[in-house]
Design a protein. Structure first.
Length: 297
């Protein structure tokens, strides 16, 4: 009886193994056929069946079989490189201001614009059809749109603050002679007050002396600041130049988005819908052995 139970269990396990192997083989065959046929949409379905069912077929689906899909984990970079051809071609029309650099197989940096000092804006995730924007770069862009509604630019407040500081420093330089004259006058007044002091000095005399001492300290502080004013002004000018350049770059980026999408909100909406919009654009048509999008037919 024990041997019979053991035999039945072995048969059950054998059947399970056969079923799992057949499932894996079927998956790999389907993926290989899709690659050979340049059927990108089918490749995306096989890579994430649950997402495909939800966003393309608009239906709920059982969870992905990770045990099967993990079979191609070591091919992620190669699949990304393969799928990037049609995707980047599509993005060239949908996002004409983005440019891409493959810095290693299947990995792509995003650059915003083709102008000087353009920014690296993140990376393109080909397998998931999404942008992985750099947080700092994206927050700057979002903030610049927000400030634009108030007729302000991203670095306007900082530039104004630095410019006011430069005006103050220049004033210290310009009034050096007047400051020296004032210092001599205060020192003379202090000498006179000190000459009137005694053991029974009045509170008014003490207050006057302290006021004069405070004035001298303020003049000395201004003089000390004036000694390095020219150097600070030059450094501030360089900072303002860099901030102004950044304002200009951000204005180019804003204009590019508005020209293409109409608003930053529509740009964000397009980003959220990129997977569905791109896969919906793909067809089963062939051109020179490669799949083409509906827009190109």
């Amino acid at each position: 009886m024990a041997n019979e139970k053991h035999g039945n269990k072995a048969v059950d396990i054998s059947t399970l193994i056969e079923h799992r192997v057949a499932t894996k083989v079927k998956y790999l065959q389907e993926l290989n056929q899709a690659v050979e046929a340049h059927h990108d949409r089918e490749i995306y379905r096989l890579l994430d069946n649950r997402r495909y069912a939800k966003e393309i077929e608009h239906r709920e689906q059982q969870p992905n079989d990770e045990g099967v899909m993990s079979l191609v984990d070591d091919l992620a970079d190669q699949l990304s490189n393969y799928l990037s051809v049609n995707l980047i071609k599509y993005l060239g029309h949908a996002y004409p201001f983005f440019y891409y650099e493959e810095y290693q197989t299947g990995h792509y940096r995003i650059y915003f614009g083709n102008w000087w000092d353009r920014r690296q804006f993140g990376e393109l995730d080909v397998l998931n059809v999404r942008f992985s924007f750099g947080r700092d770069e994206y927050e700057k862009l979002a903030k610049s749109f927000e400030l634009g509604r108030k007729n302000k630019r991203y670095n306007s407040d900082r530039i104004e603050k630095i410019s006011n500081q430069n005006d103050h420093l220049q004033s210290l330089i310009d009034h050096q002679a007047a400051r020296e004259q004032k210092r001599q006058q205060v020192e003379s007044q202090l000498e006179e007050v000190n000459s009137r002091s005694s053991i029974f000095e009045s509170s008014k005399n003490k207050e006057t002396r302290q006021e004069l001492v405070d004035q001298l300290q303020k003049l000395e502080d201004e003089e000390q600041e004036a000694r390095t004013a020219n150097k600070t002004i030059r450094e501030n000018d360089q900072v303002v130049l860099a901030l102004s350049k950044e304002n200009t770059i951000l204005s180019y980026e804003q204009k590019s988005i508005i020209d293409t999408f109409g608003s930053f909100e529509d740009f964000e909406l397009a980003n959220r819908n990129l997977y569905a919009d791109y896969l919906a654009s793909l067809t089963d048509g062939q051109q020179d052995g490669k799949q083409v999008s509906a827009d190109e037919q």
